[in-house]
Each structure stands twice: as C-alpha cells, then as structure tokens.
Design a protein around this ligand. Structure first.
Ligand code: N01
Length: 537
C-alpha cells in the first residue's frame, strides 16, 4: 500500500486478460518483442476454458494433431498426442507443459479476476484493476478472455434450496465428483451435454436427460492415435499448418468441391455413409452447398435422422431425439461417443421439456409441468454467454469514459473482430466479427496474436503510440459480417451464434462466416496497406 492507502500502480508494457490458449500464445509472442507482460487469470491454473471444462467426457472435437500451437517447432515435435481427439486432461497437460516449457508462470497472476480496464486518454495508458486490489497500467491491453468462458446457469426458480449437489459443465470442480448410486439430471443437450451424458449414465444409478431442443450429433470414432499418423504429421507440420491457415475453418476437413445435386442419389448416400463412418464434423462438408441451400441441407439432415432412428431402439425416444427445428450445422454440430446408444440403457430416461417445461427446482429435485424427478445431483450443460459475455463482465471504458457495454448495447461492433473505435490500444483475440468459434480456435488465436504482435512492432518501429479503428471502417466491417451471414442458413436458426440463448441479448450473428482463409487475407491486406481503416498516432 502507498501512503494514501491506495495500492501502488504497477507498470508493464502489455496486460493480457486470460491464460488460456490465447493468453499463453500472447505471452510468448509479446515477450519475443521484448515487452514486459502481466497476464491475469481467474482460474487456479492455466488453460482457460479447458481448465474449467473438466466434466466427465470433455474432449475436443477438433483432432488433436490440429488443435495445438504451431509457434514452436520444438514444441510440436516433442509433444505426443495419444488419441485422435484429445481429452480435457490431455489438453490440460499440454497447456501446463507449454506454460512450464516457456517459463511462463512468472508472468501470470492466477486466481485473479480483472474487474475493470479503463483508458486514460491523457497518459495513453490502460488502467486495469483486479478483484485482489491490484492496479496495473500498460500501453496495450489485450483481451484473451475466450468465446465460451462465461458459463450460464439459467435462472430457474428454487435452485438455491436444492439439497443435492449441482454443477455447470463449464465450471466443473477440480476435486473428483462421483455419481455412483445417485439419481442425476443433466439439463441441456448441446456439445457439453452430449459428451457428459454417456459418461454419467455409465456411473449413475439413474440419469434423467432434460432436453429442450434435440441436436444433430456425429460419431467421433475416437481411437488411439496411430504412431505412423503422428510421425507423418511431425514430418510435414509446416505444410499441414499452411493448408489449415488457408482453409475455410482452419481445420483440414475434406471440403467437398461439388454440390448435393451434382451427384445421383446412390452416390450421395455413399458419400454421407462414408463421412459418417469417418466421423466428426467433417460430415458437414460432404457437399459444398449444405450451409447455403436448404434442400441440400435437408437431405444431409435426413440422413442423420435416419441414423438416430436406427440406433435408438424405442421409436418414441428416437423421435424425441430427432432434430427438426434447424438446418444441420447451423448450430454447432456435436461430435459424440455413444450418445444416441445411451438412450437404450435402462437407467436413462429422456424428458421432453418442450412438452412439459421445468417449473421449479425443489429441495429434492426438479418439478416439470408433468412430474417431479427426485434427484441427488443436477448437471447444467446449459452453455455460455458466448463471444461477448466474458468481455462484458469487465467494466471496460474507452475514450471519454465510453463503456463497452453501452457501445455494444445493440450488438457487438468491431473492426475485424480485433479492435473497437473509441478503445485505442485495446485488442481482442477472437472477438465478435472474427471467424473465432466457427474455426479451429487455436489457428484463429495464432492468427490474431501474430497480427497484434506485428501491429505493435510496426507501431514501435514508426514511433506510433496509439492505434484505433475509424468509425467508418468499423461500420463497414459490421455490415460485411452481417451481409456474409445473411447469405447462409445460419441466421435462420436460434443458436448461441446469434445470441439467442441469452434472454435480452441482441440477435446478431456474432462471428464472421466468410471463411478463415479469406478473413486472414483481409487482415494481411489491411496491415500491408499501412493499417487501412485504423488511425495511428
Ligand atoms: O452449450 P449449448 P454447450 N432449460 O449452448 C439447453 C463448445 N463445446 O456447453 O437449445 C432447459 O450448445 C439448451 O437448449 P436449447 C461448442 O462450440 C465444444 O453444450 O436452448 N434447457 C441446449 O440444449 C458448443 O457449441 C466441445 O433449447 C436449457 C443446452 O442447454 C459450445 O461449446 C464440448 C436451458 C446448451 O447447449 C457450447 O456447448 C463442449 C433451460 N433454461 C462445448 N438453457 C467440444 O469440443 C439452456 N438449455 C466437443
């Protein structure tokens, strides 16, 4: 404490909020520029979203060889992935290894939540405050807060009086949780629920799956990673990474070059079957029109519906699990291990909340409009205030005291998803208006971090101390993001991509859907043209 009783203000060159994939990558790159950096992280460990999502069955739906950093050749050569899709514990070990290998921990303050980031125009500094009372000042402030980090527990009457245990998948406790001998409810059937449900069903005495909207899910066919495949990648990482960076989603799927109706019915069927048998989100790239043409989409969707009916023995349950309200892929496609099969178990009951919504949580369970379910535990797999939620939890104020929450009142506005007019020197990694959650997020993170690092380097070389997008450039980008989305089927679906899962959240398609490769080209051109659309001073 200083004499005035106020905490001393500490200075660094750059403040980074969040120590997940993005925060760690930033720390590495900014240190490489010779900057002093302080990273703040709410969790008790590094890993961000992956630190918190340690629920049973948590696993990445992008293949492990692709879901990793490319910034260090040594790192990508020495790390051994063990499965086709990495589990949460393996990703956590990887990120811990990264933090240790590059001696990152000394610059990271764990269990420290940033509460405010306020721009001081005269000093041209960001003042950042934390819940521990720290105050730091820095020229650059970079939000690496994650797109799926603000976990959302729905406001259901009575939760506070529930006598059993309850959990959110995105805030899972670190101490072991046992469901043995228990009656458990899972609320939510998105990616998290679909992964957790088979695992909990295998352990619990009885599992009630409380479903509001069924989702499409494709089998992962997860398996140990063959040594030869890993070796092939290690020998050709440079080439694979380059191809991923030029692709539509930063993931090396087999992107079809032909449309659904360019082939006959038999061939179409063979292609769906082949993709189903290969597994994963690659299925949604079976033909190049499924995100644009509803009749093409319907055929792919119908194929998955048939699979559900084939796998699930009770036709009534199968029907309840069959999605009919949205085009396949316009909600994030789920990737599962034995999800549909789980509903053939005798200890699993599917509860249709559309027919009988939850009315309240009681001391002993959940009451719907139709029945009371006695429970020992409730698992909320109810998702996130995605993309903007984590940012808006922080009191961010730019020039003239402009609050980010006010600026984004009608929906997020940014230039390239990287910066906002009125907020000089504040960068966002995978912010709204960038491809972010539609991509392999590690590839997106590395692209943003690289852009930000080069931008800061450029500023230093040219003696500039401030960068900020113009209102015009921001307006044009917001329009572009909306226009590109409006040409797809995405905007016709009530999804978290649209903010539709959060009461009162503006309905805006949050990410840029024009493709990762195209987007990164735009970012490159903007930089090459002297940071077109930005003011540098
Ligand atoms: O969340 P979600 P998630 N009463 O929002 C239901 C990534 N991820 O955590 O659709 C009853 O998708 C809600 O129902 P409805 C991935 O990008 C990746 O599962 O609103 N139900 C829905 O079923 C993913 O898309 C991985 O009607 C309520 C569910 O809860 C994103 O994270 C793994 C309700 C929420 O689904 C989010 O996935 C996990 C209420 N009041 C997550 N409120 C992998 O890499 C919500 N629901 C594999």
């Amino acid at each position: 404490m200083s004499g005035s009783g106020k905490p001393p203000v500490r200075h660094v060159d750059a403040i980074v909020v969040g120590a997940g994939f993005a925060g760690l990558c930033l720390l590495y790159r900014l240190r490489g520029l010779g900057l002093s950096v302080r990273v703040f992280e709410t969790g008790a460990g590094v890993g961000g979203t992956w630190f918190w999502n340690c629920y049973p069955g948590a696993r990445c739906d992008v293949e492990s060889l692709q879901y990793s950093f490319s910034f260090s050749e040594e790192l990508q050569q020495e790390w051994e992935w063990t499965e086709r899709y990495a589990s949460q514990p393996e990703i956590q070990r990887y990120l811990d290894h990264v933090a240790d290998r590059f001696d990152m921990r000394r610059d990271i303050s764990l269990e420290t939540t940033v509460t405010a980031a306020i721009y001081d125009e005269q000093a041209n500094l960001w003042r950042v405050e934390t819940d521990r009372g720290d105050v730091f000042e820095a020229r650059f402030c970079i939000m690496a807060t994650g797109c799926l980090s603000a976990a959302r527990v729905p406001d259901i009457k009575g939760l506070d009086r529930f006598g059993g245990q309850w959990f959110h998948t995105g805030r899972w406790p670190k101490q072991p949780v046992s469901f043995r001998g228990k009656r458990v409810a899972v609320i939510g059937t998105g990616s998290s629920g679909i992964q957790a449900i088979p695992m909990i069903a295998a352990e619990a005495d009885h599992l009630f799956v409380l479903q509001r909207t069924p989702n499409f899910s494709i089998p992962a066919w997860n398996a140990p990673l063959p040594v030869e495949r890993q070796n092939e990648w290690k020998e050709n990482y440079e080439e694979h990474r380059r191809a991923a960076r030029n692709s539509r989603s930063g993931i090396l799927y087999e992107y079809a070059q032909r449309g659904t109706f360019e082939v006959d019915e038999d061939e179409r069927r063979r292609e769906y079957e082949r993709r189903w048998a290969t597994g994963g989100a690659n299925f949604t790239h079976c033909f190049n029109d499924i995100f644009f043409d509803r009749s093409a989409n319907d055929l792919a969707a119908e194929f998955v519906r048939e699979k559900i009916r084939e796998i699930v023995k009770d036709p009534k349950v199968a029907e309840m699990l069959t999605p009919t309200d949205h085009a396949i892929g316009t909600k994030r496609i789920c990737v599962d291990t034995d999800y549909y099969k789980t509903f053939n178990r005798e200890n699993v009951t599917l509860v249709d909340l559309r027919q009988a919504p939850i009315e309240e949580i009681t001391e002993t369970g959940i009451r719907t409009a139709a029945a009371h379910y006695d429970l020992d535990a409730i698992v909320f797999a109810t998702g996130y205030d995605a993309v903007t939620g984590a940012l808006l939890k922080i009191d961010i104020r730019g020039r003239d005291g402009l609050k980010l929450a006010d600026k984004w009142h009608g929906g997020p506005r940014s230039y390239l998803g990287l910066m906002m007019a009125g907020f000089p020197n504040l960068f966002v990694i995978t912010g709204p208006g960038s491809p972010s959650i539609l991509t392999n997020v590690v590839v997106s993170i590395e692209q943003h971090v690289d852009w930000v690092a080069r931008c800061i380097d450029h500023m230093r070389a040219g003696g500039a101390e401030r960068i900020e997008p113009t209102e015009e450039a921001e307006d044009a980008w917001v329009r572009e993001v909306g226009e590109v989305a409006s040409k797809t089927l995405f905007t016709g679906t009530n999804s978290w991509y649209m903010g539709a899962n959060i009461p009162g959240k503006p309905r805006v398609f949050l990410p840029y859907v024009g493709g990762f490769g195209k987007y990164s080209q735009i970012c490159e051109t903007v930089a090459a043209e002297g940071y077109r659309g930005f003011q540098l001073a």
